[in-house]
Write a new protein. Structure first.
Length: 638
């Protein structure tokens, strides 16, 4: 491998990423501490951020031989809490004046339910310190681990002056050209032309390949085939994504194909169906685990009974045997599973410290920040990204986010620097062409087309596929709630429920039930989501259909689809201010969830000050219908 010293362009870019990440870190940490300190103890209890009072009931070791203390919650156990596996926590006590005193020994949640928590600590001395507190509280701490791993990854990428990582860095930054294998890659009869091109691109790439998958184009199917074919050529791959949900989704699909997956990550954040595939689950089922547990138990018993001079050699022999068993179990688990799956941050797990992979697959890559990707990229020779930068963006919390370098993903950078490494999937299988066309023209240069047979699926053939219920003639004002829940428009929500009731009545409730036609209600704001849920629950006409109705925010509906989608866009003001709706990527997600029909309930006068919504409104008028809701409950169709 030739020398690949960090180019000036790459060094400048990594410095900018590091500075932006530092701002994000400080903003999130300060926001967390500020919110914690200004809340009363009772408010923190009510919000599930701490337990008080609680007491310690035991101490010992867990299955991974970590010192632990077990706590019992004595307060209201019905209060939902935010404690999760892996989250850092610290104990505190309260004096007679009500002052809070935090302990200096923090730990991490090893297990938690509504009444009991197990905290893993660094040493048995720490566990004893926790155990000795008669009345105590447990408080969530700010989790710095993910930031630490990202800073370390950026530093490592910059410092690398030779080898595969240095070369990959320069390719990803655009300073070096991509390289390709010349061998012919196979084609697969079950894939369409663009999907075959994508798999072939993945197999031929030496450095980087991107599967750009717009809504409904079979991105997951393509990625699964690419992984399967890669495993015909490589022994093991790392499959990753930004979120646990995304990792769980791709892991389940791979397991369904008969591939062996070892899921690395917090077991309580992993879907229940995958628990037997987690490292902890497979570790405890290994044939040698019973002997390992017996060895550990014997060591602890001998230590508790007090060491005699002739016990030292015996304990050391047992420890060596324990280390040997741990190593054999770990070696077996990593050798038996051909796919290692984790979040991008999870790739920094100590379990993977000595691991390296020929290929890293990143699913939903357009939702991941560049520093997070680097944590996993440090462990691979090449990277394959799949996603769509015209759907949900990365989550960035700081005030400078709109102009932050963190907002631009690594996938977008490769799209700009290396068009030859990108394949756009062009055949979509989800939506009727009337529903797809606007998204295709606005976001994908009109390159998408509907697969054969999609438009001929049975539905109500004579009705319009697109309906906009315009609330402009009504005084349906939006209302700001708070930073967490955003805005609400209760009258618009009520109008949506009424239109859904009428639609179901016209469609025929028996047909809806017989055919299992499902409905999705999408809104940008959490407050509106909760109001809509209550409104649907109150609707007698929709009572029998509640199991067929899903209600969520746009972000919560990512990756889902329904026969009928209704959107409540909330914003209604005289100034044309639309705030959150300026993020057109989220709107692309919302309006591409429908298979057969899309209905929008919104104030057209407010929205159409923006050119995107003006074009969308015109498209509804041209290809569908616009119904103006009047104050006297009458309707006028345009």
């Amino acid at each position: 491998m030739k020398i690949e010293k960090c180019s000036a362009e790459s060094r400048k870019h990594i410095l900018a990423l590091t500075q932006a990440l530092q701002k994000e870190y400080l903003f999130e940490k300060q926001s967390y501490e500020k919110m914690r300190d200004k809340k009363s103890l009772q408010k923190r209890i009510d919000r599930g951020e701490c337990w008080y009072p609680c007491r310690s009931i035991s101490k010992g070791y867990n299955a991974l031989n970590q010192p632990i203390v077990e706590l019992q919650r004595q307060g209201d156990t019905e209060i939902e809490h935010a404690f999760e596996y892996g989250r850092p926590v610290v104990y505190f006590t309260q004096n007679a004046k009500g002052d809070i005193c935090y302990g200096k020994r923090s730990g991490k949640v090893s297990y938690v339910d509504n009444e009991r928590m197990v905290v893993a600590l660094n040493s048995m001395d720490d566990a004893s310190l926790w155990f000795d507190q008669e009345v105590m509280g447990v408080q969530l701490e700010f989790d710095e681990r993910s930031y630490r791993l990202q800073f370390e990854a950026l530093k490592r990428v910059e410092a690398c002056d030779s080898g595969r990582l240095a070369h990959l860095r320069e390719v990803l930054m655009g300073s070096e050209a991509t390289q390709w294998h010349t061998a012919h890659a196979p084609s697969f009869p079950w894939l369409n032309r663009s999907q075959n091109m994508a798999v072939q691109k993945v197999l031929q790439a030496k450095d980087v390949a991107v599967v750009h998958g717009p809504p409904g184009t079979g991105k997951t199917t393509t990625l699964l085939d690419a992984i399967s074919e890669t495993l015909r050529r490589e022994n093991q791959v790392l499959v990753s994504a930004q979120s646990n949900i995304a990792v769980d989704w791709i892991s389940r699909q791979l397991i369904d194909r008969g591939l062996s997956v070892l899921r690395i990550g917090n077991p309580l954040r992993v879907d229940d169906t995958l628990l037997e595939h987690t490292y902890e689950g497979q570790f405890e089922r290994h044939p040698l685990y019973i002997e390992l547990w017996s060895v550990r138990r014997t060591i602890r018993r001998m230590q508790q009974q007090g060491r005699r001079l002739n016990d030292y050699d015996k304990i050391e022999q047992l420890r060596e045997r324990g280390y040997e068993l741990e190593h054999r179990i770990m070696t077996d688990l990593f050798s038996q599973n051909r796919i290692i799956a984790s979040t991008l941050i999870g790739a920094g797990s100590p379990l993977l410290e000595q691991m390296h992979f020929s290929t890293l697959f990143i699913d939903e890559a357009a939702q991941a920040t560049e520093p997070a990707c680097m944590v996993a990229i440090c462990k691979a020779n090449r990277v394959v990204m799949a996603g769509d930068h015209w759907q949900l963006p990365p989550t960035i919390k700081s005030d400078f986010a709109p102009n932050s370098i963190l907002s631009k993903t690594l996938m977008e950078r490769v799209l700009e620097k290396h068009r030859e490494a990108v394949v756009l999937l062009t055949d979509q299988y989800r939506m009727h062409s009337d529903l797809m066309r606007f998204s295709s023209e606005w976001f994908y240069e009109g390159r998408l087309h509907t697969a054969k047979g999609v438009d001929s699926r049975p539905f109500i053939d004579y009705e319009k596929r697109l309906t906009w219920f315009d609330t402009s003639e009504n005084d349906y004002p939006e209302r700001v709630l708070n930073q967490d829940y955003g805005r609400m428009n209760s009258q618009e929500a009520d109008a949506l429920v009424k239109q859904l009731e009428e639609y179901v009545h016209g469609f025929g409730i028996h047909r809806v039930l017989d055919e299992g036609i499902d409905f999705g209600i999408i809104t940008p704001y959490r407050a509106q989501k909760y109001y809509l849920k209550r409104a649907i629950q109150k609707s007698y006409k929709l009572k029998r259909l509640r199991h067929l109705i899903r209600i969520n925010t746009i972000d919560g509906f990512q990756g889902q689809e329904c026969d009928v989608i209704m959107m409540s866009l909330v914003r209604s003001n005289a100034h044309g201010q639309i705030g959150f709706l300026n993020d057109l990527r989220r709107m692309n997600v919302a309006m591409t969830r429908a298979r057969h029909k899309l209905m929008v309930v919104a104030n057209a006068k407010t929205l159409t000050n923006h050119k995107f919504y003006a074009a969308l409104y015109a498209y509804f008028k041209r290809e569908g219908e616009v119904i103006v809701l009047q104050t006297d409950s009458s309707e006028v169709t345009i």
